[in-house]
Write a protein that binds this ligand. Structure first.
Ligand code: FES
Length: 116
């Protein structure tokens, strides 16, 4: 096991080795959008790993292509559904859900489109 702190949500959850950030979030009541169901066909599960990124699987070319379409990407950006914990760690992993994605979950896709 390891622990992920979702910074803006003020919530810390557990994640098992081999589990994705999206799976851990869904199992623990953290709202992380996942429009394609976690098959790397959208970018709505975009997260920023602020601490502990080295504990996760490396991104694939397919993930990088999807991230190119995400808003507000940074070097620490990943797709939550594609980012799997490699092994247990004592380090607290700190993750941020981009503000735009939080709005999408809370207000729905129509509200997000209206802001474009
Ligand atoms: S849920 Fe669609 S890419 Fe992660």
């Amino acid at each position: 096991m390891a622990r992920i702190e979702f910074i803006d949500e003020g919530k810390t959850i557990e994640i098992a080795a081999g589990q994705s950030i999206l799976e851990a979030a869904m199992d623990n009541g953290v709202d992380l959008d996942h429009a394609c169901g976690g098959v790397c066909a959208c970018s709505t599960c975009h997260v920023k790993i602020r601490q502990g990124a080295a504990h996760f699987s490396e991104s694939t070319e397919e993930e990088e292509d999807q991230l190119d379409d995400a808003r507000d990407i940074e070097l620490c950006s990943r797709l939550g559904c594609q980012t799997r914990l490699q092994a247990e760690t004592e380090e607290i992993i700190r993750v941020q859900i981009p503000f735009w994605n939080v709005n999408l979950v809370q207000e729905g896709p129509d509200a997000a489109r209206a802001k474009d």
